[in-house]
Ligand binder design. Sequence first.
Ligand SMILES: C[S@@+](CC[C@H](N)C(=O)[O-])C[C@H]1O[C@@H](n2cnc3c(N)ncnc32)[C@H](O)[C@@H]1O
Length: 373
Amino acid sequence: MNGAGTDPVRGQATEIARGWSAPGAPASWALTAAIFDALAHDEDLLALAADVPADRLPALLFCASAGYLIAEREPEGLIGYFPTEGDPQPAVDAAFEPAFRGFCLDHRDELAAVCARRRYQMNDVARTTQVALALGVVGRRHPGLGLHPDRYRHLMGDGRQFGDARSRLTLHCESDGPLAPPIPGEMPPIEARIGVDVAPIDVTDPDDLRWARACLPPETGSLDRFDRAARLVAAHPGHLRRGDAIEELPAILDAIPDDVLPVVTDTYPAVFFADEQRRRLRQLVRQWGDVRDLVWISLDPLVPLGVEGRHSVQALDVPENLVTEYQRDGVFALLGLVSFEHGHGSGTLLARAHPSGTRMRWLDQATGGAAAV
Ligand SMILES: C[S@@+](CC[C@H](N)C(=O)[O-])C[C@H]1O[C@@H](n2cnc3c(N)ncnc32)[C@H](O)[C@@H]1O
C-alpha cells in the first residue's frame, strides 16, 4: 500500500463518482459513476488501488486498468454492462458492483501489472470546446493574432455553432446557468501547434488505442468521439513530442516568432502535477509574460485532487460558492484564462465544465474569480 493509505484513494473515487452522477446527468454516465463507487465502497479494492504510488493517480489508474482487462477478457456477467460500438448504452443494475469487485479481486496480479506499465491518460476531445471558447475570448482581445480555428465543429445546446463547419467531428456542448458563453464569430488562425506528453498515445498503435479507450469513461458518446478524433488526428501527424511539459516549455516559447501570440493550453495535466511542478509552471508563464505577450488557458479540476479540492491550478481566486459546489457535488474543471499584455498579467475564470467537456456553465466574470497574476 502506498504511504498515504486508502483514504486519499477513496476521496478521489468519491469525487469522481459524484461528478459523474450529478442530478440530471445522462443515464449513460451511470456506469462511470458505478465503477468509481464500487472502488470507493470496498476496502479490498481500495487496498489494491492503494498499492499504486500516489503520484500515479491510484483511483483513476486502477479503474482504467480494470476497464482495459475487462475489454480484453470479456468476462461473462460483466462485459454486458460496457458499451459496444453502434449499440445503445447498457443499463447498470445492482449486480454490477459485486461483478466488478469479483473480477478485480480474481485478476489482482494482472491489474497490478497493467497499473505498473501504463500511465493514466483520459483524452476527451470534447474539452476542446471550452478551449475554443477561451481562444475566442483571446481573439476578441487581440484582433488579428496568430491563432487559428480548431478542426472540430462545436455545437452548443442552443443551436449556436462555431469552429470548422465541415469537420467530420461535431462536439456537442450543453450550457446551463443564466449566461450564454460568447461564441467566437471566427476562430483566430493558429500558426503552429506543439503538443508535449510524457507518454504520447500513438493513434496508429492498436494497444495504445486500447489503453486510451480504457482510460475513457465507458460511455457511448465518449468512445465514439474518441474513435472519430483518433482518425482525424492520424491524418495530421507530427504535432506531438515526447517529454516533460515543464522542461520543454522554455525552448518551445523561445522558438515562437515575436509576432505570434503563444497560447499555453493545458487540459487536465496540471491537476495531476505535484505542487512544486505547478509552482514551476506558473513561474515560467510569469517569467515569459514579463518579456512578451502570452496567454495560458487551463481546463483543470481544483487541487488538491479529491473531495478537498479548493484551489485553481493557475492560483486564481476561486469564489467560495464554487469551492462549496465542488466539495459537495464532485469533480468539475475550471476554465481559466491568464494573459500577459505589455508585462501586465491578469487572470479570469471563464467557466466551469463537466470532465467530459460536454456540459459547462459560463461564469459571471464580474462576481469573482478574476485576479492580477
Ligand atoms: C488526463 S490526460 C489529459 C489529456 C488531454 N489533455 C485531455 O484533456 O483530454 C493527462 C495527460 O498528461 C500527460 N502528462 C502527465 N504529466 C505530464 C508532464 N509532466 N509533462 C507532459 N505530459 C504529462 C499524461 O501522459 C496524459 O496524457
